[in-house]
Design a protein around this ligand. Structure first.
Ligand SMILES: [Zn+2]
Length: 145
């Protein structure tokens, strides 16, 4: 399992991750934008961060491969940098249950800005939303008023 120190994060990011770590809570199931393009959640913390490559699967598509974390030994790092996937702990407003959401850097940065500004993560919901599809897909996070 990778730790936050394995990634080239800004100090602010590290502080946020550390504060998240203290608020870590058990959770039971995954939630996905595939099933819910828009939902509201309390965001409690980062469970883990993984580095992943998308490589040709030999059948005209792509497959996910875990990066070995070491550019010297990872054959895929020769071609391109891995992308980071964050597993974050959330409480889904719809049913009040703790879940895990996988998100990329783009959405994570949005969330990071919100929780840095409003550290009392128990007190508010964040609207997590998927826009568009395919290569045009974007993800946004907005604090509920
Ligand atoms: Zn790699």
């Amino acid at each position: 399992m990778k730790t936050n120190d394995d990634f080239n994060l800004t100090q602010d990011s590290k502080n946020v991750l550390d504060s998240f770590a203290n608020a870590r809570v058990p959770d039971v199931e995954f939630v996905s934008f595939l099933h819910k393009p828009c939902f509201y959640a309390k965001v409690f913390g980062v469970k883990s961060v993984a580095a992943i490559h998308f490589v040709d699967n030999g059948f005209g598509g792509k497959k996910k491969v875990d990066c070995t974390d070491d550019p010297a030994t990872c054959e895929y790092c020769q071609d391109h940098r891995p992308i980071l996937k964050y597993n974050i702990s959330i409480e889904d407003r719809e049913d009040g249950r703790m879940k895990t959401l996988e998100c990329g850097v783009q959405l994570f940065r949005d969330i990071e800005v919100i929780v840095t500004k409003y550290p009392n993560v128990q007190d508010y919901y964040i609207k997590l939303e998927k826009h568009g599809s395919g290569k045009e897909t974007r993800y946004t996070a907005k604090k509920e008023d």
